[in-house]
Design a protein around this ligand. Structure first.
Ligand SMILES: [Fe+2]
Length: 101
């Protein structure tokens, strides 16, 4: 599976703004939103799933449905470390956020 990333994180294209995951950390809870401009969640075009990786290990994959918000909540395992998220759009494929620490 080819995973796309932002060409220039400081200047996202229109497509990137709707697909690059936004990771918000609060304590051990992490909300992942797709994306900076909310991705459509229509029957024929929606985010199918979001995965969150902590220290390169998959924490969880959450499946989404049309009509829901393009976001989901994850719970971190205690230790600290780097995180990245991958979102899968049924039309535009997989998109990964920048890794953050
Ligand atoms: Fe899309």
């Amino acid at each position: 599976m080819e995973v796309q990333t932002a060409t220039d994180p400081a200047k996202l294209t229109e497509t990137e703004e709707k697909h690059i995951p936004i990771i918000e950390i609060e304590g051990t809870e992490v909300v992942v939103k797709i994306g900076k401009k909310a991705h459509p969640m229509e029957e024929d075009h929606f985010i199918e799933w979001i995965e969150l990786y902590q220290n390169s290990h998959l924490l969880s994959r959450k499946n989404l449905r049309p009509g829901r918000k393009p976001e989901t909540l994850f719970h971190l395992r205690g230790e600290e470390g780097s995180l990245y998220a991958i979102a899968f759009c049924n039309k535009h494929g997989a998109w990964q956020s920048e890794e953050i620490f």
